[in-house]
Design a protein around this ligand. Sequence first.
Ligand SMILES: *[C@@H]1O[C@H](CO)[C@@H](O)[C@H](O)[C@H]1NC(C)=O
Ligand SMILES: *[C@@H]1O[C@H](CO)[C@@H](O)[C@H](O)[C@H]1NC(C)=O
Ligand SMILES: *[C@@H]1O[C@H](CO)[C@@H](O)[C@H](O)[C@H]1NC(C)=O
Ligand SMILES: *[C@@H]1O[C@H](CO)[C@@H](O)[C@H](O)[C@H]1NC(C)=O
Ligand SMILES: *[C@@H]1O[C@H](CO)[C@@H](O)[C@H](O)[C@H]1NC(C)=O
Ligand SMILES: [Mn+2]
Length: 315
Amino acid sequence: MVAFDPRSSRRWRYIGGGFALVAVLVVAIVPAVIITNRNKQQAPHDGAFYAQAESQYSNLTRMVSLDHLDSKQRIFVVGDVHGCANELSALVTKLQYNQTTDAMILAGDLVSKGYDNPGVLRLAKALGMYCVRGNHDDYVIRFKTFENEHGAQRMAPPKAYLPEGNVADPMKFKDEHAAIAVNLTMEEYDYLVQCPMVLDLPFMNARVVHGGVDPNIQNVTQNDPHSVFNMRDIADGVPTRDNQAGTHWTDAYNEKQRNNTPPIKIYYGHDASRGLDLENVTFGLDSRCVYGGSLTAMDIKTHQYTQIKCNKYAS
Ligand SMILES: *[C@@H]1O[C@H](CO)[C@@H](O)[C@H](O)[C@H]1NC(C)=O
Ligand SMILES: *[C@@H]1O[C@H](CO)[C@@H](O)[C@H](O)[C@H]1NC(C)=O
Ligand SMILES: *[C@@H]1O[C@H](CO)[C@@H](O)[C@H](O)[C@H]1NC(C)=O
Ligand SMILES: *[C@@H]1O[C@H](CO)[C@@H](O)[C@H](O)[C@H]1NC(C)=O
Ligand SMILES: *[C@@H]1O[C@H](CO)[C@@H](O)[C@H](O)[C@H]1NC(C)=O
Ligand SMILES: [Mn+2]
């Protein structure tokens, strides 16, 4: 046994303290500087920021017009499915959805957080469903498009960023959406990637998007895609993904459409925190399925909605 020597113990404590200090510097301060520089480069200031925000891997169609759905008896818009394939299937059954006579539009975030992303894409494709792109769909698509061009072996090292240039939301290869992307077949990618930023239903004076639209932009296709996928509030005139930074984008939108004849209705998802949110001309349909809430389908001709209770898959 070695005798206990208080001086030697103190010396070790000093050395240990020195190492701890260096560790704190490296772990806390170095990343803080990097993050601060990142934020400086990417803080939204003006329109020029939006012009750069679309990733070179986004492979995005901005708007598709579905005039031919005019003849359908029922047109459903469904809130965020997030990989909950069984619930989507149960909803189809409950509605007795028939793709000959009905249409079904998924309001984005078909994938991620849930348990069966490919299953949702296969079901949606098999039943001829329409869709718009959500923020999580966009992350998955950007990784998969990169993989298609460069191969999965180039999606490394895990801490490296997807080389997209100056986008609003840079992603590392270790991001959970990369694994979801690699798990998709080309057929599943092809279905997801054709979901546009905006679906236009001119015969209903209605549009479907995932997050929202900037009420001050006249031509809807000129909205920044990142903003359409992520918007919850508008703070100081700028759309933000935050839900407590300003006022809900729908407040300004409903106000703006009040004197528009006819007003253009917007059906959207994305805002699980606000849940089902039905206003004059905006209809928020993300009722938190993946968090144990429900999956909602609204018939936009009658504004009646149908729900399926979901198990809790994410928190
Ligand atoms: C769907 O509707 C078409 C046209 O009314 C009908 O012929 C067909 O049998 C229906 N399919 C199902 C599964 O009910
Ligand atoms: C990965 O793909 C397989 C095959 O399609 C599927 O069964 C599984 O649910 C997928 N994993 C996720 C997390 O979606
Ligand atoms: C972009 O999407 C189209 C339509 O699915 C597809 O054919 C093409 O391969 C995609 N591009 C890449 C690089 O994945
Ligand atoms: C809306 O903007 C798109 C391009 O962003 C353009 O092609 C289209 O012509 C514009 N539509 C109107 C009505 O100005
Ligand atoms: C909603 O509609 C009602 C009835 O038409 C109207 O009184 C109200 O001002 C509208 N609210 C907004 C925000 O447009
Ligand atoms: Mn979303």
